[in-house]
Design a protein around this ligand. Structure first.
Ligand code: SAM
Length: 233
């Protein structure tokens, strides 16, 4: 493949209003992007286990969309096993870093774009899988973000997500650590406190069929809720 085609892996241009909203959401992530890129992965074994689980669900003939891709580390790992992967993030700075990494290791089937996952910017029925890792708790409208993901999927396509479910963590995280971190600018303003049942129910509301709900480890004791959900044929 010579170059990444602009279609079907495209992001529609956002309107002026959308730009302003997305810029507000991106502010925190833009500010921390370089540090985020420099920090080592907290639990490499857990990360690798999730990657292997995701790889087992993908195959090389597929068009894949990633939302909230951060600095693109996961997209760079997964893209060789897809036909095309478009990895998106609301933060221009995160995408800049992802593009730097891609420039250092060019891959024709991978592209990065700035896009807000809860705006209507993705195409309709053009992806075989949508990936959302460590980001569904960060969208301002979970139902809308899931609706956009489902809309982008082909019938039979998979939404594969891994999400920190803050409501299932030690209550001190929600009631003490997060407010403190927010007060000193170390946590984003938008942060949903979900549990696995709420996340699963939100997916079902969008017509998805849940195929797996798993707990994937991180930092040894904490876990992320990993859900595989299919858009019916
Ligand atoms: C915790 S990081 C996770 C990054 C990457 N998926 C990973 O697992 O390392 C969350 C990412 O979601 C992005 N994000 C937050 N809100 C978003 C939104 N509404 N649309 C798209 N991306 C968003 C942030 O900019 C950030 O890069």
């Amino acid at each position: 493949m010579a170059s990444l085609p602009t279609a079907p892996l495209a992001v529609a241009p956002a309107g002026l209003q959308d730009h302003a909203t997305a810029a507000r959401k991106a502010r925190f992530w833009d500010r921390i992007a370089r540090k985020y890129a420099a920090d080592p992965i907290a639990d490499m074994a857990g990360y690798e286990a999730t990657l292997q689980r995701v790889l087992a669900l993908l195959h090389p003939g597929q068009d894949v969309l990633e939302i909230g891709c951060g600095t693109g580390s996961t997209a760079l790992r997964l893209a060789p096993f897809t036909r095309r992967l478009l990895a998106t993030d609301v933060s221009q700075q995160m995408i800049n870093i992802a593009r730097e990494k891609l420039a250092a290791r060019p891959m024709a089937q991978l592209g990065f774009a700035v896009a807000d996952a809860d705006a209507q910017v993705f195409g309709q029925g053009i992806y075989d899988a949508v990936l959302a890792f460590n980001m569904l708790h960060l969208v301002s409208d979970l139902d809308l973000a899931l609706a956009q993901a489902v809309r982008a999927l082909r019938p039979g396509g998979l939404l594969i997500s891994k999400t920190p479910c803050i409501s299932e963590m030690n209550p001190l995280v929600r009631w003490l650590a997060l407010p403190l971190m927010r007060a000193i600018g170390k946590a984003p303003d938008v942060l949903l406190c979900l549990d696995a049942a709420q996340l699963r129910a939100a997916m079902v509301r969008q017509g998805l069929r849940i195929e797996a709900v798993e707990r994937h480890g991180t930092r040894g004791k904490d876990f992320r809720v990993f859900i595989v959900a299919r858009k019916p044929d």
